[in-house]
Ligand binder design. Structure first.
Ligand code: ADP
Ligand code: MG
Length: 245
């Protein structure tokens, strides 16, 4: 690990005294190794990466370098083979599955390249559902869903089903759904990868507004240099390390 290129978090995340600012997401020396045709393939080799509340970070790296892998680690979708993932200062790798699932549901929102909205449900219902799963009443959930969709410029589209929406509108609904339960972290994996540049720009603006307004921490994997330039920081993955660019 070469010292000058590695993104060093304030190393205090775990040890930070209560009340002190700390990263909401901290990957500490994360190792991830896959097996391909029996041979180990080391994707992350002790990666360090910290993100602070209200901060947006673009993750830009060539295909196959480990962007999705990094987001899966951060989102507790996969366990690291080494190192630790801290969410809000708390180590997560040794927690029981039920607790990891709870953190994923309550603290982390995901947006993917393809929207994965439920086709039979309206935009509003797609944003209502995760809230009801969390235990909100239908009335509370509908109110927040309508507010979020309105905020993202979809006030006149709330009763449309995904197939009746444009690609950019679908992705904005997916963003609304991802933040429906007011997570602290938003992880987006090439969210505008399927969109034309103008629509991508729209979706990104909506995402940026939301991050600033809600003190979310956002990590967005993207190949779009213009969009990445508008985020607070840009990192890449080089030789299994997260490196500031
Ligand atoms: P990116 O998102 O940057 O394109 P990924 O994180 O998806 O890259 O993948 C990084 C590397 O790890 C690729 O070579 C990919 O083939 C490999 N990989 C990803 N997931 C698995 C898996 N479940 N099993 C084996 N290899 C995998
Ligand atoms: Mg990927």
């Amino acid at each position: 690990m070469s010292e000058n290129t590695v993104v060093t978090s304030e190393p205090a995340a775990a040890a930070a005294p209560a009340g002190q600012p700390q990263p909401v997401l901290w990957l500490q020396a994360v190792v991830r190794t896959y097996r391909q045709a029996g041979a180990p393939l080391e994707i992350l080799k002790g990666a360090e990466f910290a993100v602070w509340p209200g901060e947006s970070v673009a993750l830009m790296a060539p295909s196959g370098t480990g962007k999705s892998t990094l987001l899966h680690m951060a989102g507790l979708l996969e366990l690291p083979d080494g190192g630790e993932v801290f969410i809000g200062g708390a180590a997560t790798s040794k927690l029981p599955d039920s607790e990891r699932t709870r953190i994923r549901r309550d603290e982390i929102g995901f947006v993917y390249q393809f929207h994965h909205l439920l086709p039979e449900f309206s935009a509003l219902e797609n944003v209502v559902l995760p809230q009801m799963i969390k235990g909100l009443t239908a009335a509370e959930a509908r109110k927040r869903a309508a507010e979020l969709l309105g905020y993202l410029g979809l006030g006149s589209r709330v009763h449309h089903r995904p197939a009746e929406l444009s690609g950019g509108e679908q992705q904005r609904v997916a963003i609304a759904r991802a933040v429906a339960n007011a997570p602290r972290i938003l992880l987006a994996d090439e969210p505008t990868g399927n969109l034309d540049p103008k629509t991508a720009d729209h979706v990104f603006s909506a995402l940026g507004q939301l991050v600033r307004a809600s003190q979310l921490a956002a990590v967005v994997a993207t190949h779009n240099v213009d969009l990445a330039a508008r985020m607070d920081r840009r990192v890449t993955i080089r030789d299994g390390q997260v490196v500031e660019v």
